[in-house]
Design a protein around this ligand. Sequence first.
Ligand SMILES: [Zn+2]
Length: 392
Amino acid sequence: MANSNTPDIAAALDEAALVEFTKELIRTPSLSLEEKAVAGVVEAEMRRLGYDQVWQDELHNVVGVLKGSGTGSNLLFNGHIDHAGVGHMAEPFSAKEMDGAPFSHRGKVIYGRGASDMKAGVAAMVMAGGVIKKTGLPLSGDVIMTCVVREEMARGEGVKAVLEAGVTADYAVNCEATGLDVYLGHRGKSEWKVTTMGRTTHAGNPTGGINAILMMNRFLNALEADYPMPQHEFLGDATWTVIDISASPGALTPIVPDRCTAIIDRRFLPEESQEQVRAGLERVIEDLASEDPTFQAEVELNKWFPAMYTEPDSPVVQAALEARRRVLGQAGELGSWYFGVDGTFLNQAGIPCVGLGPGNELLAHTPKDVVPVDHLGKACRIYAQIIAEMCA
Ligand SMILES: [Zn+2]
């Protein structure tokens, strides 16, 4: 041990046990709402590794704590133990080791549903607690491992239940797949239902009515022509697209429709409020209505999943970069997820959260769900190093 800040993490890590634990998690099916069995696997591993406190709540969220002396920052790690549906994926719970070449990876990978999203991340973070225990590193702050349920349902039910039960921290690490890069968050996702309103008439006499589909056509064209999207240095640009469209009364009878509904997917930036996004859509409608008084439309919110963003100069981001540099030789590039993660609910609770995890985010929910074996040990060592940076 060189000094208290650099315990011999590599020597304390049992890589074979980490690989086996990851496989056991993958072999244990855990669709959302069906996490009981996998929660048992996680809890047993935390107990085996000697966590100071381990508990499971009635939803089957599992929390393990390494107690600090109470003089430093408390650090929370977050991962989810449910996985997406398997679809027609072959042998989804085999957890077999394969050559990584077909998955664009040099070296071995472990295959199975949830490998990349995110049983590998959960295994690495749980094991990192064991590594810290084994090094005997004295902790000033608590390290809290939260392995939560129902993340794939995208409402944060699992992580919110843990927070509502009183678990909190000064900083957090979300262990979703980032290819071991340091991520700052993601754009928010919203869905808006836009309805244009016309007037029915016989389709044989279309000029007698107001066709809601043609009105929707105007609305979408106006959005394309004049709806500026704000940009973000790390999270990318805000975007919009139309993902569904329907009209009524429908084609059963020859009638000009008086209602047309489009669902707009609008990815937004952290600085955009719900009111601002709504106002942007309403402005396009108002402009069209001022040109043509027969144009009528309304906007309704369907879904809102908050954006996540932690500033690059946050201590937890700096600690993650430093840990990555120590373990992999370079700090790497700052990035962001294209999907949403539970870290956003930690940010909302006032806990700055950084992202770093094993596996390639592009493989999440695909039939090529794999995690490179070498990512496991690297992620685990980086997590242990972040603990050493922040809590020692
Ligand atoms: Zn995930």
